[in-house]
Design a protein around this ligand. Structure first.
Ligand SMILES: Cc1cc2nc3c(=O)[nH]c(=O)nc-3n(C[C@H](O)[C@H](O)[C@H](O)COP(=O)(O)O)c2cc1C
Ligand SMILES: Nc1ncnc2c1ncn2[C@@H]1O[C@H](COP(=O)(O)OP(=O)(O)O)[C@@H](O)[C@H]1O
Length: 310
């Protein structure tokens, strides 16, 4: 998959089959639309093109506002789209120039000249151009003029997609990994860097790698203990993860930590990918580190049994 960080870097391709959207999470609903452009492109000997916008205007206008949280970072989204087999990913910022184009200008310059669109797969309610004044009707009107086809995704399908994005975020915030993973169609994951903690973990026999997500806008699940799988340097490990403020040790910060099974290596500053498979229990305050240690032994058994043989 080729990635372009601005629409201006893209050179029109032959038989472009295009879709446009945010696709946060690249979940089951998104996958239906995206598989459509991939299959249509294959069938017509063309190439699939996905146009997405990043950064979100709110991130540029209000960088201090940390309330916008996304299921996937832009890099995670790119890796999921690549796995699906998308040919071209255009990530373009919501600049003023871009959003000030009239619907006709946008269709002519962006879709036709810059992308070379032959077919566009688009939601019934997709809006574009200055003040969001353009829509499906403009695409349909100009399709014969510029020689492209429009395939509309009906309201019912769009509603399913919108509902599941919101439902995934809500489920994750409630530590409900099972629901989130069902909607996503793959296990939710965090890509993060291992940072130093208070070094208490190894004192109680359970070293925990503290994971710092690579982006501040990444949505972090609600508190609890989770069965996870990790990718460290291309190798797979199982582990038990903790998200919470560590009431037992009077922690202040909210940490993401993981004790990795059958592992004994210093991995500070390394980037790891951690997949969430099951929710095990809620956070708790223990009277002593010994009591916490006893619980950790039980957690390990519960995690191994939840992960089963695989
Ligand atoms: C599987 C797992 C479960 C945990 N459960 C709790 C808990 O219920 N309550 C709590 O206060 N801390 C819990 N912790 C966090 C420990 O308090 C934390 O790992 C310890 O303070 C070590 O911190 P450090 O990495 O900063 O040294 C848990 C950690 C793991 C890995
Ligand atoms: N099995 C393991 N699980 C997690 N981290 C491990 C493991 N073995 C070694 N480590 C290393 O030890 C560190 C965690 O030890 P810990 O005493 O909890 O320190 P810290 O408080 O800095 O996280 C990890 O960041 C990692 O580099």
């Amino acid at each position: 998959m080729k990635i372009y960080h601005h629409i201006d870097e893209f050179k029109a391709v032959n038989g472009a089959v295009v879709t446009i959207g945010t696709f946060d999470g690249v979940h089951q609903g998104h996958r239906k639309i995206i598989s459509n452009i991939i299959e249509l492109a294959k069938a017509s000997g063309g190439e699939s093109v996905l146009l997405t916008f990043f950064p979100h205007p709110r991130m540029i206008l209000h960088p201090e506002d940390q309330s916008l949280k996304l299921i996937t970072t832009i890099a995670e989204k790119a890796s999921l789209l690549e796995e699906m087999g998308v040919d071209h990913l255009i990530i373009t910022p919501f600049s003023r120039d871009f959003s000030n184009q009239s619907p006709q200008e946008y269709i002519e310059t962006v879709l036709v000249k810059q992308i070379g669109t032959k077919k566009i797969v688009i939601g019934y309610d997709h809006r574009f151009g200055k003040d969001r004044s353009g829509g499906l009707e403009d695409l349909q009107r100009l399709a014969p003029v510029y020689g492209f086809d429009v395939m509309e995704i009906p309201e019912q399908d769009i509603n399913e997609v919108a509902v599941s994005s919101t439902r995934i975020r809500t489920a994750l915030l409630q530590s409900d990994i099972a629901t989130a993973n069902t909607f996503l169609g793959y296990p939710f994951f965090i890509t993060g860097k291992v940072i130093r903690g208070d070094q208490i973990g190894r004192q109680i026999g359970y070293p925990t790698a503290n994971i710092q997500p690579l982006e501040t806008y990444k949505l972090i699940p609600g508190d609890g203990i989770f069965a996870v799988k990790l990718d460290i340097d291309g190798e797979q490990y199982k582990g038990m993860a903790y998200i919470g403020t560590r009431p037992t040790v009077n922690g202040i910060t909210r940490n993401i930590e993981v004790n990795i099974f059958d592992f004994d290596r210093e991995i500070y500053n390394q980037t790891v990918r951690m997949e969430f498979l099951h929710y095990i229990r809620g956070d708790a305050k223990f009277d002593s580190l010994d009591a916490l240690k006893a619980q950790l032994a039980q957690d390990k058994l519960d995690v191994l049994s939840a992960l089963g043989a695989n």
